[in-house]
Design a protein around this ligand. Structure first.
Ligand code: 13P
Length: 248
């Protein structure tokens, strides 16, 4: 049985005070049967970890692939571990697009995250052009294969894959449940090929892209979708609570 996960990706939103208010507002309202996570801007992670109510786990949105060094402005896995972060998003399409994050970098980051006891939420997904050109499967195959190359997954709860079609992110045009299921099922097949049947059966695969309180249940009904990675709709405490409670 795979435990459902509802992860909020706040992106570049919320001040420290707003984030603390959010934590106070969700306290005692989150289901135990779901891994409820918020991935917040790095500068407020320490405060969020310190004050996190029971049942709320904290994640970062990115990390550098090296432990330390001359990389001005970057944040290392050692630092994330030091503030007590549990998860880290790796390879979000916004990072791939705006910050030139390659499959190779994604692979290095996943390995480093695991080495330091951080749980990577690895994002993959195709552009609209790729989907319309019938390249979705090829894109997913390349991204997942390269991401997991040489990655040793000893605990299958520690690695999460998020299928996030780029055309569905922040557009309000969510992939329908069958499209999401098809892609997540395809990703599970690749994981079986490059890892093992056990890992494929146990690893959690989330759908992300315009997930809202009124569509999360559609995804949760699908056999290969184990939860959601939610941007905009995770920013309001009430909506986040509702999303988590519907992700059962
Ligand atoms: P939206 O839910 O705002 O479409 O964002 C999805 C996303 O990018 C989550 O990582």
């Amino acid at each position: 049985m795979r435990k459902p996960m509802l992860a909020g990706n706040w992106k570049m939103n919320k001040t420290r005070d707003e984030a603390i208010q959010f934590e106070l507002a969700v306290a005692d309202k989150l289901p135990k049967s779901v891994d409820c996570v918020v991935c917040a801007p790095a500068i407020i992670l320490r405060d969020l970890v310190k004050r996190a109510p029971e049942g709320l786990k904290i994640g970062a949105q990115n990390m550098h692939e090296k432990e330390s060094g001359a990389f001005t402005g970057e944040i290392s896995p050692v630092m994330l571990k030091d503030v007590g972060v549990e998860y880290v998003i790796i390879g979000h399409s916004e990072r791939r697009t705006y910050y030139n994050e390659t499959d190779q970098k994604v692979n290095e980051k996943i390995k480093k995250a695991l080495e330091f006891g951080l749980k990577p939420i690895v994002c993959v997904g195709e552009t609209l052009e790729e989907r319309e050109g019938n390249k979705t499967e090829a894109v997913l195959e390349t991204q997942v294969t390269k991401a997991l190359e040489g990655v040793e997954i000893s605990n299958t709860e520690d690695v999460i894959i998020a299928y996030e079609p780029i055309w569905a992110i922040g557009t309000g045009k969510n992939a329908d449940q069958n499209t999401a299921e098809e892609a997540c099922s395809y990703i599970r097949g690749i994981v079986e090929k490059v890892q093992s049947k056990k890992v494929a059966d146990e690893i959690r695969i989330l759908y992300g892209g315009s997930v809202k309180v009124n569509n999360i249940k559609d995804y949760m009904q699908m056999p290969n979708v184990d939860g959601g990675l939610v941007g905009g709709a995770s920013l309001k405490a009430d909506d986040f609570v509702e999303l988590c409670n519907k992700a059962i």
